[in-house]
Ligand binder design. Structure first.
Ligand code: MTE
Ligand code: HPA
Ligand code: MOS
Length: 755
């Protein structure tokens, strides 16, 4: 089945936030933000700005009736700065005017006097000064101290990965308007309508029941709208509360890039020990996460880095510590993979390092240590349905790894200025919010009296196709055609207390709740049909909108059944709640079963480096991925492709730069490059692994949103191989992204034999 939105997307008819017709008298807001990364406000003068044409109001912290607080995990972030300034782009005031342009023009006239302090932009520097978001966390298994003496080889090094701008096509924004009696409706481009509702209620000092948040769809979120869509919606709602007029606040691209957080940069130390036969005996790492100026989701992201710090490998002795370091950058936030990619990059760097020193291909070590069913991970969960070895075998045979290796060898021997490299990148990614209570969802299903169906859940459609999958669930349970079913917008009044659509769990959690609701309705309908045929409900089934009795078609169809059920006063609405069973986690000992299941996969990447220019091309990425039993291969393959390219962008060309004063230098699309059609792999081949799926996945179709991003890490190490083929002495420390400049420096490092 095609994505149900395809047609309206390509014809431009899909409604995004900015397409919602505005109400008469709508005002427009622009955010005035801190020009410095650290210091405090001495004085602020709005007089000139207020005198500008069209200006209606300038809102500051003084206008907040409730709490001036937006922190989700820790209450450490003001909505509008009162005195202290912690990052460039930190919101201070909101200018509201008749037009957007007038708001922008007036914003320039605000006079801010401040005292500036030295900014901290580096995570290690922050840690050295004890500037931490929270105490460090450590995951332990076995006893590394004792294990080192058994190791034949020990390698130590450092691995850095940089941040990443989400660059959702649709920037952050919200549109809020007054309803009667102080109630407010907010349209928000958010992955978490409930967070918007809750925080708005807190800031406005009113009950959550006064606020209705509605989301039709997002033009991409990628984690950037899990937490950080909230402030803009709250500001718009605050404007509504103060003025009793509709207020629209949409960030332009430059404001969005400057004011919002990104993927967390990590800087890590590792130490890895191997036996003579290449078994990893011990692994230690210390990670420094650059959290930015407030907690946001950093603590949870730090957790996932720890969960995935041993990626797909069984390591009997591990000790990994992670620091969440408070710096003067915009608070960094969720980004596809949620800390998992950063954790995996460290262990992969350690393996590449060991392989380089041992003069063997990295995959020899990777393969030797792959997780198997029954292996216990450092956090206590045991691998179930471990199919990594099978996936590996499948990929090696299908694509003939041996001949690829030989071809690359031959190519490199016969070419001086072009070198090829390849890598393998296994992925094991845990599915569930790591915070157990978040793993719940609800669905509300109406069967209308004409037989059509309306579905509301907590899932946000952000391009990943969750609405299509939800429609499929209902269509399958009822056995009715897709055109009878409508996916409603996501609305806090219809479905309350939702978790964000995140952690790749959107389809699983909401799909399971929906499946339960549909099954409950189906049971009632079968009772009704059974009664009219004088048989047990168990003898009734529905297929393609025809009612069957003991497998034989009756003259009754779906529409007639619904009509009859309605006249019998059968309840045609159902609301169901799903909470993932089994999972639990105890942070005090860092052990438990945090994940409903794991998703596995493997990518083989081949690249060619131009050794004169330092440029490179990705020749091919061949993937074997564990979809379980994919309920929608079209969507799922699209997710793998998109995530892969996003991962490659993070690892190769996307380079976020702040200067020492905490100013974003890569704050435009001319200074921040993401993959385009010319830089994507020339070939992407995706194969589905033979997989049983799992009962925790909706219709056994495993979550797919985030795991494939980490295949992109393979590109880094493939480029590394190619550079070393040209300059065997290049001692490259792992420092992503592998930009063309870094490739060039690696090719011609001082110890190159040609120099
Ligand atoms: N795909 C598209 N097209 N746009 C997005 O914003 N977000 C990703 C992934 N795929 C995203 C996407 C992220 S970060 C997550 S967590 C999942 O989708 C969320 O949706 P799901 O839980 O329904 O997979
Ligand atoms: N993943 C994504 N988002 C989250 C998580 C998680 O594990 N926990 C809280 N928000
Ligand atoms: Mo995705 S980073 O969990 O929104």
């Amino acid at each position: 089945m095609k994505n149900i939105d395809s047609k309206s997307h390509v014809t431009g008819k899909s409604i995004y936030l900015d397409d919602i017709p505005t109400r008469q008298g709508t005002l427009y807001a622009a955010v005035f933000s801190s020009p410095i990364a650290h210091g405090w406000i001495e004085s602020i003068d709005f007089a000139q700005a207020f005198a500008m044409p069209g200006v209606v109001q300038i809102i500051s912290h003084k206008d907040i009736p409730g709490e001036n607080q937006i922190g989700g995990i820790f209450p450490d972030e003001e909505l509008l700065a009162k005195k202290e300034l912690h990052f460039q782009g930190q919101p201070i005031a909101v200018v509201i005017a008749d037009t957007e342009q007038q708001a922008f023009d007036a914003r320039k006239k605000i006079i801010l006097k401040f005292t500036e302090r030295k900014a901290i932009v580096d995570a290690r520097e922050a840690q050295a000064q004890n500037s931490l978001i929270m105490p460090p966390r450590t995951f332990r298994k076995g006893d590394t101290k004792n294990a080192w003496k058994d190791c034949t080889y020990i390698f130590e090094g450092r691995a850095k990965s940089n941040g990443q701008e989400h660059l959702y096509l649709e920037t952050q924004g919200a549109y809020a308007y007054p309803l009667e009696n102080g109630n407010i409706k907010i349209h928000s481009s958010t992955q978490s309508p409930t967070a918007v509702q809750r925080t708005t209620a807190q800031v406005l000092n009113i009950g959550m029941h006064h606020i209705e948040v509605d989301v039709q769809r997002l033009g991409g979120g990628f984690g950037g709208k899990e937490d950080q869509a909230t402030p803009w919606a709250v500001m718009a709602a605050l404007g509504v509360q103060v003025l009793n007029k509709p207020v629209k606040l949409v960030l332009n691209r430059i404001d969005d890039m400057r004011m919002t957080g990104k993927r967390h940069p990590y800087d890590s130390d590792y130490k890895i020990g191997l036996s003579k036969d290449l078994k990893i005996l011990a692994f230690e790492a210390t990670m420094y996460q650059n959290a930015g100026a407030a907690a946001d989701l950093s603590p949870a992201i730090l957790g996932r880095s720890l969960f995935h710090s041993t990626n797909s490998y069984f390591i009997p002795n591990t000790k990994v510590t992670a620091y969440s370091c408070k710096t003067n950058l915009p608070p960094n936030t969720a980004f596809r993979g949620f800390g998992g990619p950063q954790g995996m990059f460290v262990i992969e760097s350690a393996l590449a390092h060991a392989a380089r020193e041992l003069k063997i291909p990295t995959y020899k070590i990777q393969h030797k240590n792959l997780l198997k069913t029954g292996d216990e991970l450092p956090y206590g969960q045991k691998i179930e349905g471990g199919i990594l070895l099978q996936i590996w075998k499948n990929l090696v045979q299908k694509f003939d790894l041996q001949s690829i290796e030989n071809q690359i060898d031959t190519f490199n021997k016969s070419n001086t200025h072009f070198k090829k490299g390849f890598s393998l990148m296994p992925v094991t990614f845990g599915i569930s919010f790591t915070k157990t209570p978040m793993n719940q969802a609800r669905a509300l299903v109406h069967i209308y009296s004409d037989g059509s169906i309306g579905i509301s859940t907590g899932a946000i459609e952000m391009g990943q196709g969750v609405n299509t999958k939800l429609l499929q669930v209902a269509a399958q349970v009822f056995s009715v055609s897709a055109n009878k079913i409508k996916l409603e917008s996501t609305n806090t009044t219809r479905v309350a207390n939702t978790s964000p659509t995140a952690a790749s769990t959107g389809a699983d959690l909401n799909g399971k709740a929906l499946e339960m609701a549909c099954n409950a309705l189906l049971a009632r309908l079968k009772t009704s049909a059974g009664k009219s045929f004088g048989v047990s409900p168990d003898d009734i089934s529905i297929q393609d909108e025809i009612i069957y009795q003991n497998g034989i078609a009756t003259s009754m169809n779906w529409t007639q059944l619904i009509d009859q059920a309605f006249l019998e006063r059968v309840n045609l609405t159902e609301n169901a709640h799903y909470a993932t069973p089994v999972i639990h986690y105890d942070m005090s000992i860092e052990k438990g079963i945090p994940f409903a299941y794991h998703v596995y996969g493997l990518a083989l990447t081949e690249v060619t480096v131009d050794c004169l220019r330092g440029t490179y091309e990705i020749d091919t990425v061949k993937i074997v991925h564990d979809f379980g039993k994919s309920m929608n291969p079209t969507i799922d393959f699209g997710q793998v492709e998109g995530a892969l390219v996003q991962g490659i962008g993070w690892m190769t060309m996307e380079e976020i730069r702040y200067n020492d004063q905490g100013r974003l230098l890569s704050g435009t699309l001319s200074t921040y490059k993401i993959p385009d059609i010319y830089s994507v792999p020339k070939e992407i081949i995706i194969n589905a692994a033979q997989s049983e799926g799992t009962d925790f996945a909706i219709l056994k179709s495993k979550a797919v949103g985030e795991p494939p991003l980490m295949y992109g890490i393979g590109t880094y190490f493939a480029i590394n191989q190619a550079v070393m083929a040209f300059n065997p002495k290049a001692k490259l420390s792992a420092d992503a992204p592998f930009t063309v400049e870094k490739v060039l420096m690696g090719l011609y490092a001082a110890d190159h034999p040609d120099r």
